[in-house]
Design a binder for this molecule. Structure first.
Ligand SMILES: Nc1ncnc2c1ncn2[C@@H]1O[C@H](COP(=O)(O)OP(=O)(O)O)[C@@H](O)[C@H]1O
Ligand SMILES: [Mg+2]
Length: 219
């Protein structure tokens, strides 16, 4: 699986002014790898994920998944090909972890059964009793594991993770990073992960830096 960005240009319209974020960006992300995105605050890391997730649309250039334009079939792409993980977990707090994951399944019209959910929870290290608790009773690390399970439940090709360990302590961050590495290496997923943590960045398969409206390979 390949996600290919070609000659991408993107700017926010800020009132009268145009705020340029990306200029002629070319980059490729492959399945089976954790791609780490570094860059100063405000450089455009979250914007990159929004573009790759079809939440924002480039003014020109293309993003293709295995040769197919992602914006041409964005609803299908969002339902079946990508999962999102955020710094603040973005779970529905009044529901249990299990219910959060079931909702993601319902949204994608998927007929997966409870066994599949338990399998994915097992993969992220959450047992059934923990999954049945209300999310607001869980630790940050547990919530993020559930958020990863939710992102993974529809078996997407790509998981976009925006500072997923930003609110977590070093030990928990390491556990979360290892889950992403496993999803890439054992399940062939394409993980695109934004972080400010240099130690975690080094664990990734490749590093990119967002800088000067570009995406450069390396730190
Ligand atoms: N919706 C928006 N409208 C205008 N400017 C925005 C919008 N979202 C983000 N920006 C600006 O674009 C730049 C890049 O933002 P972002 O991608 O969130 O950076 P990062 O995630 O690297 O910190 C920042 O200067 C930010 O203020
Ligand atoms: Mg950001």
């Amino acid at each position: 699986m390949k996600l290919t960005v070609n000659n991408l240009n993107f700017a926010y319209q800020d009132g009268e002014q145009e705020k340029i974020i990306f200029e002629n960006v070319n980059v490729q992300f492959a399945g089976g790898q954790v791609h780490v995105i570094l860059g100063a605050s405000g450089s455009g890391k979250s914007t990159l994920l929004a573009l790759l997730g079809t939440v924002d649309k480039p003014q020109s250039g293309s993003i293709k998944l295995d040769g197919q334009d992602i914006f041409a079939r964005d609803t299908e792409y969002r339902k079946h090909h990508i999962g999102f993980v955020f710094q603040n977990y973005n779970l529905i707090e009044d529901l249990s972890g299990m219910e959060n994951i079931e909702m993601a399944l319902a949204i994608a019209d998927n007929m997966k059964v409870k066994d599949t959910i338990l399998g994915v929870l097992n993969l992220v290290g959450i047992d059934e009793a923990t999954a049945k608790k209300r999310v607001n009773k869980l630790s940050g690390g547990e919530q993020q594991r559930i958020a990863i399970a939710r992102a993974f439940i529809n078996n997407p090709d790509i998981i976009l993770a925006d500072e997923p360990t930003g609110n977590l302590d070093p030990d928990t961050s390491l556990i979360i990073m290892n889950i992403f590495l496993r999803l890439a290496h054992e399940y062939d997923k394409c993980i695109i992960l934004v972080t400010h943590n240099q130690d975690l960045a080094k664990m990734g398969d490749c590093i990119y830096t967002v800088k000067n409206h570009s995406i450069l390979k390396g730190e």
